[in-house]
Design a protein around this ligand. Sequence first.
Ligand code: 6R9
Length: 592
Amino acid sequence: MGRHVKSPASFVQESSEWVRKPKAIDANLKDYAKACRSFRWKDVEKEFDWHRTKKVNIVHEMLDRHAAGPRKNKVALYFWDPAGRDEKYTFLDLKNASSRFGNVLKKFTIKKNDRVAVFLPRTPELYISILGINRIGAIPVPLFEAFMEAALFDRLENSAASAMVTTPLLLSRIPFKKLPHLKHLFLIKGKGEAAEGLPSGVGVYDYFEEMAKAAIQLTPTWLTADDGLVIHYTSGSTGRAKGVLHRQYAMVGHYQTTKWALDLRDDDVYWCTADPGWVTGTSYGIYGPWTVGASSLVVGGRFSAEQWYEAIQKFEVTVWYSAPTAFRLLMAQGKDLPKKYSLKSLRHICSVGEPLNPEALRWIRDITGIAPHETWWMTETGMQLICNYRSADFKLGATGKPFPGTYAAIIDDKGREVPLNTLGQLAVKTGWPAMMKAIWGNKEKYKEYFRVKGWYLSGDTAYKDKDGFIWFAGRADDVIKTAGERVGPFEVESALVQHPAVAEAGVIGKPDAVRGHIVKAYISLRAGQSPSETLKKEIAEFVKRNMAAHAAPREIEFCPKIPKTRSGKIMRRVLRAWDQGQPVGDVSTMEE
Ligand code: 6R9
């Protein structure tokens, strides 16, 4: 760390090209520099009812407050699944539905602080479940629908969730016998759908039947700002997935960033393409847009370029929040396709999850007339922290500038800021509103992020230029970002070595033109096993079946031995060098 960078151009080729904005742009944040001088988080607190009442619950601020005022009949949620659902829910509808589900949970004795897992495809019921859980002060644990048994087990065991909402189709993946805490199961069944393989010793309830019986009124359980909001499991470079716990107070950060970075206004139709299984799908798919009272679109089903363009046209989407991989997937389908749709409703676009390459930015700008704006943040930060703003010029390829009221810097191992244009660790001064409250059940892991006093260490490397822009360079650890999703190499390696043919495995991210990185596994086989293409496929399938499709290696290479240190740690740095055909560097710590 602290290595001097000769020219920032070594990371991003077009660092001198600017995206210029008209002088009089009508944005919520009009003057970034002025906001940095005068903005105070304390003032944002006044936007919430709890500031006056001292009674905190984010569901009141998202739904009940709006349902009691002029936004009562405003659409909060447009839901479209091209396979067959097209529905609208007003703020009042969501208030009522989440009250019903809160009552259902209470009936089965679920209470404040209990963890309730939500394992569902993107449907209105997914959103209503999370809102109902929050309404009673319980803590939702959203689980991405692609997770398979091993991934589910880790997350359900660690959170000790006592209840779960899921569908009959996903049921067979849940290892109930190994999860003694899990006592209640709410099943969302399609019309006439049967549920097979129901667990014994667990209360199983029909979601729609229970909802129909439940009362429509339920005052939120009043909490303090420090009480739990949501737990998101995310991967690090070592160990199993960590449960990042956020607090109610995070809403102050969600609210203000939604106003200033996403630039949401009352007349917007906003589309966040992220699933609530990931932090973007809750912070900016639920909490941000609904605390500001915006209309939000959710599109169900898998990615399809045609349907994405159609969604923008059909709902006249004005603000779109998505990810570089999605932009590149659209790009791969060519320019003729978007010409068939009207995309002119769009007025602002933001991007998150991985660096947005200039080529993808230009392409989206060409087809929509609007340049996507970067937002950098993490599961642990809970909210956007480094952004490009709608009213401010920015440099193509730059990650952006710290959100007003926060301070981000590039530091060395001792916490000293490094000179401009010098690579170092991207760190944030502690104390922003949505900073995680804990790593569930793991104080040590939590402390690791704050080991340099006064700073949160992101694990990303970056540098700052003379104009104050921060430029993301890469990860300082072995965490893999594939298609914008965070994958821990250790989790994948653990899944791989369960396969009978695999002796050892080492997993890295391999640079990829569309997905940013793909998961690549180096594997040494057990004695008597012979390498083959069929075996590669079988091993990849095995990870898909046991862990999750997005984490399964897209590339496998067999090798006689996995390089390790004398203390037995996998040297992923050596694997990365092998992959790129580069010299392996210093291997003096490698075992014989
Ligand atoms: C919200 C989210 C966090 C990691 C982060 C960084 C990468 C996120 C980025 C970005 C470059 C951006 N990342 N936004 N890299 N430019 N605008 O993605 O959270 O899944 O926890 O990932 O994603 O490496 O450290 P999470």
